[in-house]
Design a binder for this molecule. Structure first.
Ligand code: DGI
Ligand code: FE
Ligand code: FE
Length: 190
């Protein structure tokens, strides 16, 4: 699947504002690739497709997750906001024929992160967080950290996310905590 086909496929799945977000994620991810010496092809395809399942009904997403053997059922136990990431990976495989594991993993973990993220996964995770349309509290700290290194950018994003989820009383998916702990060990918060 080339980029033009991927953009056309995803446009049919998304509302205009979400499609516009997707375009900004692709642009932001491309800049991160240039800065950190990563080839763009897989990162751009994963970025185009990362929110493919965003508007599927949660029952359908849970069903997709439970019937996909390479996805853990545990994704279904932490609220609805994270479902579109693993469900999206399963659906781009089934509906669009994407089988590249690096692309599928980048989509699976774009919301939560995980310990042992590849460079491709880190770039998609961060680009989704810092694209210029985002206005979270603390977003500028994550943008500054992303200029220092991918690991530091991801660490500050994960730290913000964990703080946000706890402040709202939301559950935290275990991979988010594992990713935070791993990067804290390698980099440390300043
Ligand atoms: O899909 P986007 O809006 O572009 O962004 P996203 O895929 O990062 O999803 C953001 C949402 O996911 C936001 O509501 C916070 C939530 N989220 C992120 N990590 C976790 C989480 N929710 C739970 N319950 N647990 C997590 O670890
Ligand atoms: Fe998302
Ligand atoms: Fe997104």
């Amino acid at each position: 699947m080339n980029e033009k086909q991927a953009f056309e496929s995803v446009k049919k799945q998304l509302k205009q504002a979400r499609y516009d977000h997707t375009v900004r994620v692709v642009e932001t991810a491309t800049k991160l690739c240039e800065r950190y010496g990563q080839s763009v092809e897989k990162v751009r395809l994963a970025s185009i497709l990362h929110d493919y399942a965003k508007y599927r009904p949660s029952g359908e997403m849970k069903n997709v997750i439970k019937t996909t053997e390479w996805l853990s059922d545990d994704w279904c136990n932490y609220g609805e906001a994270i479902l579109h990431a693993p469900a999206g990976a399963a659906l781009i495989r089934e509906e669009l024929g994407i089988t590249d594991e690096e692309i599928l993993h980048a989509v699976v973990f774009h919301t939560t992160g995980r310990a042992g993220m590849s460079e491709i996964e880190k770039i998609v995770y961060l680009a989704d967080y810092i694209e210029p349309g985002r206005k979270f509290p603390g977003i500028d700290d994550v943008r500054d950290a992303s200029e220092q290194s991918l690991d530091y950018g991801c660490l500050i994003a994960l730290s913000n996310t964990v703080t946000f989820l706890i402040s709202k009383g939301h559950p935290v998916y275990p991979d988010t905590i594992h990713a935070y702990n791993e990067l804290l060990k390698t980099r440390g918060l300043k």
